[in-house]
Design a protein around this ligand. Structure first.
Ligand code: ZN
Length: 158
């Protein structure tokens, strides 16, 4: 268990495409544990591996604070609807901006045992899934912001 340093916008690692995870290793398990610790410590609702400087296709998400989802090699299978709302990112501290995302997504991923599963999400979970998956391809939400980025003092960020 360890808290890792969260990389911020401007760091090149956040602009790179991540590599697929082919097998679970002790090193990757440790990465995932650390990502969970780091996300909770920062009061985030999601974290992607490149945000801690690792170019692997894994994200952790917890929109309720009770049960985290660990998504390895996630792929969006379906999306529908639309939601527009404020979004933030632990890699863009103190800012938020309006982003339109699908209101529903269905994603396929592997769990820590590399078993394939599907996850459906609506509203905040759908938003978090889309946001975190963008990180795996080197994209930040600021590319999608409608209007200006705003300063926030205290806000839940992902
Ligand atoms: Zn983010």
């Amino acid at each position: 268990m360890a808290i890792r340093n969260i990389r911020e916008m401007g760091d090149e690692v956040l602009t790179k495409k991540c590599k697929e995870i082919k097998e679970m290793t002790p090193r990757t398990r440790e990465l995932i544990e650390d990502m969970l610790d780091t996300m909770y410590e920062a009061n985030g609702v999601g974290l992607a591996a490149p945000q801690v400087g690792v170019l692997k296709r894994v994200v952790v998400i917890d929109v309720t604070g009770e049960s985290p989802y660990i998504l390895i090699n996630p792929v969006i299978l379906e999306k529908s609807g639309e939601q527009t709302g404020q979004e933030g990112c632990l890699s863009v501290p103190g800012k938020s901006g309006q982003v339109t995302r699908p209101n529903y997504v269905k994603v396929q991923a592997q769990d820590v045992d590399m078993k394939t599963f599907e996850l459906e999400g609506t509203e905040l979970l759908a938003r978090a899934i889309c946001h975190e998956l963008d990180h795996l391809d080197g994209h930040l939400y600021v590319e999608k912001v409608e209007g200006d980025l705003h300063d926030v003092t205290q806000n839940q960020q992902d």
